[in-house]
Each structure stands twice: as structure tokens, then as C-alpha cells.
Design a protein around this ligand. Structure first.
Ligand code: ACM
Ligand code: ZN
Length: 542
């Protein structure tokens, strides 16, 4: 009886403890204030306890170095931050207990320790990010508290289109650093497009000799113009492996996208025999959707895709490969395959009834062929929600971009889904209504408040919730020509995204989140990131 009463008292104490007001984004699963004095982190010692793996130790050592530099002293204070291996804690989860004498971090994996460090860094002076000594008056006190933290969703993604505009390896790493800071774990890398092919494929050298370059780019929104400036670039296989390793160290899996059978004009320009008409084709200089897509009736196309994928699989160990599938047809009325003898023969061979729906069934066939090839190599597909039209084979994961409808439908049908609805999570949209003060964007209006207001389980029935793997924002780059503009589109909306991905729904609180942005802006300033300040009433890219 006494034991029960003690347990009850402990429970009451725990549940009545006040929630800590900390500027940590994404806000943890639980952060409870404790009684007593805070921990002075300046010059604190760092110790590892137990069977930590090499990567965990690497991040802890790097944190220790940052702490020493930011403290501006080699003198160790008696206070210690302990990083303790604890097998009972789940992958990616961690706990932090802060008292006057010590901080104790518990985790069981490198991701768990890495995320705990991200949380701790947000509780310290911004110099922890820069390696410079913090000013004399800096506040080094961490209030006494107990944090228990784990992610809400397993899939926490951010996408980047490096095909419309090309971003260097260093710029991609800086983008991944933002993802890591906000505990994201999937980098969806959009690498092939009508306007440029960015993956070195050794078997098909023309993909990068021809497909990686366009002879100009339309000026502004006027598709009839061209600036006449040759533009392009590509990543070597070694560079992409470097990105995979860089991301993996930060707990991030890189999911490459080979967009097919549409958005393939750069490949067709390189190998015209892969198209229905045989060309000639040119890498596109404008944006939009084209009827020039892969021929679905030509066996050589499947041979090409399998060969390309074989090299892609060698670079990217991800379980999932994104195979695109979006915007294959200019409109519901357009069907480039119904004029092609090879495609017509394939439809007849497959028994696809002719008519307006034929293109969807033929696209299903292309998807299923690629899917079964990838399955034979132990991989799974993700496709944009168009792959749901017609008859999708089991085992595919649907990325819902045309609103939430595709994801809701997919989950109800038993397919896994990832929510990336354009009306909440397309970071290529404007962040202000004062468009003339903003850098040119594709359109739309998506302020950070709208991003924050979304919930990935909205509209999903209770039984289907298990099929929502997670949530991602997409950053298309038709109009994003520089790294500064890219960062401006990413930040601070990515901070809001991270709370949709990580924080329990009941802990989301716009006022608390908005107040935390001041500290995050200081961090971005110290790291040299460009970011948008419309949430503070300032518009435009400075
Ligand atoms: C897409 O935005 N076309 C997936
Ligand atoms: Zn064809």
C-alpha cells in the first residue's frame, strides 16, 4: 500500500510539474521544470559513460570542443555534462536531466545523442555554434529541468530541387546542416528534370555531357524568352557519396529522386531514342509540364531505367528510392502515348482498354516495372500522388503533394503515405503578400503561420493513421537562383516544419514557438544563414 501511495505521489508530482519555457525547436515531447538552482555550463566538463559507439563519441567530442571555445577557457568548472549509454531508450530518443551540479543525457544511439546535443546547443549562448568566445555577460545557466524526447513521426523530410537550379556540394551540406539542427532525418534530393540532369551515370555519359546543360533560361515568368546563358552542372558519383556520408553522420538518409516517366526531357535530349517521337529534343529553358516523356512501349527504356537505377543504388543505400511519377501529362486531355505505335502496341499487349484512362494504366505499368526491379534489389518506391491514379501495385509509398487528398486516400487504401501538401508545405511560395518586395517566386502565399497550423493527421481516420509515415516540405527552385534565396525560402519555415514532424500535437503552441524564433534568428545570424523576417514585420531579401 505504501509503495502504491509513494508511486501515486511521484505521479502527482510529475504531472503537476510546470512545463519548462525553453526556446527549443522542435519543442520536446516533455520538458518539466525542477526545483533548485540552474546548471552553469560555462567551462563544464564533458564525460561519456557506458558503451557509446564511435559516432556518438565523435559528436560528443565535437560538442565538448564547441563548449570549450564558446566558454573562452580551458579551465574546467566542477560541473559536468554526462553522456550516458542507456539501452532502454529508443532509437532517436533521449532524456536530459539538469541539476545544479550536473547535466545527464541518456540515449542509446548516435541519433539520440546527436539530437540531445542539438537541444543543449539551443539552450546555450549562440557562440556554441561558431567557435568564438561568448561575451562576458552571456547567460550560461540552464534551468533545472527534465526533458524526455522522442519524435512524433519516423519520416521527417525536407526536399531540395537541384535540377531547375544547381547548388554546390557545400551549399547542399549547409542545407543538410539546417535539417540536422531541427532533427530531420530524410533528405529528398530531386536530381533529374526537364531542365537538367544532375547525376553522373557512367554507362550513359551523354546524360551529363548533354543533359546537365541548357542553352539558356527563360527570363522571369516569360516562357517565350531566354537569357541565352548556358547553365548547368552535375554531381559526380563520388560527390553524391560524400553527401550520403555527410548526411548519415547527422542521422539523415538521402532519398534520391529519379523522376519518371515525365520530367525526363534532359534525358531525352541526351538519348532521343528513349522518347515516343525520337526527337530532336533539347534541355528545356522554361518551366512547366511537357508532353515529351519516356516511351512506355520501348523495352530499351526499361533497360535504360534499370541500368541508371543500378548505378543510383550503388550511390544511395536508402531503403526508399523516389521514382517521381508527377505531371506526366500536360492535362487530363493530353496523352502523348496514344499517338505512339510502340505505346499503343504495349497497351494492346497488356489489355489496357483504350480511352481517356489508358495513360494512367500505362503509367501504372511503368511504375510497377520499376517497382519490381527495385524490389528485386531490396528497395521500395516512393512516388508523387499521381501514381495512385489507375491501379497502383501494393508496397508503394505515396507522397501527397496535390493537397492532402492523395495521402488521405492512400492511407485509407492501406498504402503508406508521406504528407507534403502544396498549400502548407511548398516552400517555393511567397512568404508575404507584398510580392513586389519579395524575391520572385513561383506564386502562392505560404507564411510561416500557415505552415505551423498544419497537422499531418488532419483528415486521416484513426485506423489509417499508422500509414502516415511522416511529413516533408518541398523546395522547388524554378525561381530560386542563388543560395541566399534558397536559404530565405527555407528559413524560418523549416523551423515550423520541424514541430509538425517531431513535437506532439498537444505541445504545439504558436506563441511559444514564435517567441523562440528570436533566439533561432540569432543562431542563423551567427552561422551566416539568410532567412525571411516577415514574421517580424520586415519583408524582402536583404
Ligand atoms: C510536384 O510538385 N510536381 C510534385
Ligand atoms: Zn511511346
Amino acid at each position: 500500500m505504501k509503495r502504491i501511495l509513494t508511486a501515486l505521489a511521484a505521479l502527482i508530482l510529475l504531472t503537476s510539474a510546470a512545463t519548462a519555457t525553453i526556446p527549443v525547436v522542435p519543442y520536446p515531447t516533455s520538458a518539466q521544470e525542477l526545483k533548485g538552482s540552474g546548471f552553469n555550463a560555462k567551462g563544464a566538463a564533458v564525460r561519456c559513460e557506458g558503451a557509446l559507439d564511435a559516432l556518438s563519441r565523435q559528436w560528443i567530442e565535437s560538442f565538448e570542443k564547441d563548449l570549450r571555445l564558446a566558454s573562452g577557457t580551458d579551465k574546467k568548472s566542477p560541473s559536468t555534462i554526462f553522456f550516458c549509454f542507456n539501452a532502454a531508450i529508443a532509437d532517436e530518443a533521449y532524456t536530459i536531466a539538469v541539476s545544479k551540479k550536473a547535466v545527464q543525457v541518456n540515449a542509446s544511439t548516435a541519433s539520440g545523442f546527436f539530437y540531445a546535443i542539438q537541444t543543449l546547443k539551443q539552450l546555450l549562448p549562440v557562440e556554441i555554434y561558431t567557435g568564438k568566445a561568448a561575451p562576458k555577460g552571456a547567460d550560461w545557466t540552464i534551468a533545472p529541468m527534465k526533458i524526455q524526447d522522442r519524435p512524433r513521426f519516423a519520416y521527417r523530410g525536407m526536399h531540395l530541387d537541384c535540377a531547375r537550379h544547381f547548388f554546390s556540394i557545400d551549399e547542399v551540406k549547409k542545407y543538410i546542416d539546417v535539417m540536422a539542427m531541427f532533427k530531420m532525418n530524410r533528405f529528398h534530393w530531386h536530381l533529374t528534370e526537364d531542365q537538367g540532369w544532375r547525376i553522373e551515370i557512367k554507362k550513359y555519359p551523354r546524360l551529363t555531357e548533354v543533359g546537365a546543360w541548357r542553352d539558356g533560361t527563360c527570363i522571369g515568368r516569360d516562357f517565350s524568352t531566354s537569357d541565352g546563358i548556358r547553365y548547368g552542372g552535375y554531381y559526380t558519383q563520388e560527390q553524391m557519396k560524400e553527401i550520403v556520408a555527410y548526411a548519415a553522420e547527422r542521422g539523415i538518409t538521402v532519398i534520391p529522386e529519379l523522376d519518371l516517366p515525365g520530367h525526363m526531357l534532359a534525358a531525352l535530349a541526351s538519348y532521343p531514342e528513349l522518347g515516343c517521337t525520337g526527337g530532336p529534343y533539347a534541355v528545356w529553358q522554361r518551366w512547366g509540364i511537357t508532353n515529351d516523356i519516356l516511351c512506355a512501349g520501348n523495352e530499351k527504356v526499361y533497360e535504360f531505367l534499370e541500368n541508371v537505377l543500378t548505378e543510383i543504388l550503388d550511390i544511395f543505400p536508402s531503403e526508399y528510392i523516389h521514382i517521381g511519377g508527377d505531371e506526366c501529362f500536360l492535362s487530363e486531355l493530353d496523352d502523348p502515348w496514344d499517338k505512339c505505335p510502340k505505346c499503343i502496341a504495349k497497351m494492346e499487349e497488356l489489355g489496357i482498354p483504350r480511352g481517356p484512362q489508358e495513360k494512367h494504366y500505362l503509367q501504372n505499368y511503368v511504375t510497377a516495372r520499376v517497382q519490381s526491379f527495385l524490389l528485386s534489389k531490396g528497395r521500395k518506391i516512393i512516388g508523387w500522388d499521381e501514381i495512385l491514379e489507375g491501379d497502383l501495385a501494393p508496397g508503394a509509398t505515396v507522397m501527397s503533394w496535390r493537397g492532402t487528398v492523395g495521402g488521405i486516400k492512400a492511407a485509407a487504401m492501406g498504402f503508406d503515405a508521406i504528407m507534403t501538401p502544396y498549400d502548407y508545405l511548398y516552400f517555393d511560395y511567397y512568404q508575404s503578400r507584398e510580392r513586389d518586395k519579395e524575391p520572385l517566386c513561383i506564386g502562392g502565399y505560404l507564411p510561416i503561420e500557415t505552415v505551423y497550423g498544419y497537422d499531418p493527421l488532419d483528415g486521416i481516420t484513426a485506423g489509417a493513421e499508422k500509414h502516415i509515415l511522416g511529413v516533408q516540405a518541398n523546395l522547388w527552385t524554378e525561381y530560386v537562383t542563388t543560395n541566399e534565396h534558397l536559404e530565405y525560402m527555407l528559413l524560418p519555415r523549416a523551423c515550423a516544419l520541424s514541430e509538425l514532424q517531431w513535437t506532439p500535437r498537444e505541445n504545439k503552441d504558436w506563441d511559444r514557438f514564435n517567441a523562440s524564433l528570436d533566439h533561432l534568428f540569432d543562431i542563423f545570424d551567427s552561422l551566416g544563414y539568410t532567412y525571411c523576417r516577415t514574421v517580424r514585420g520586415e519583408t524582402g531579401l536583404k
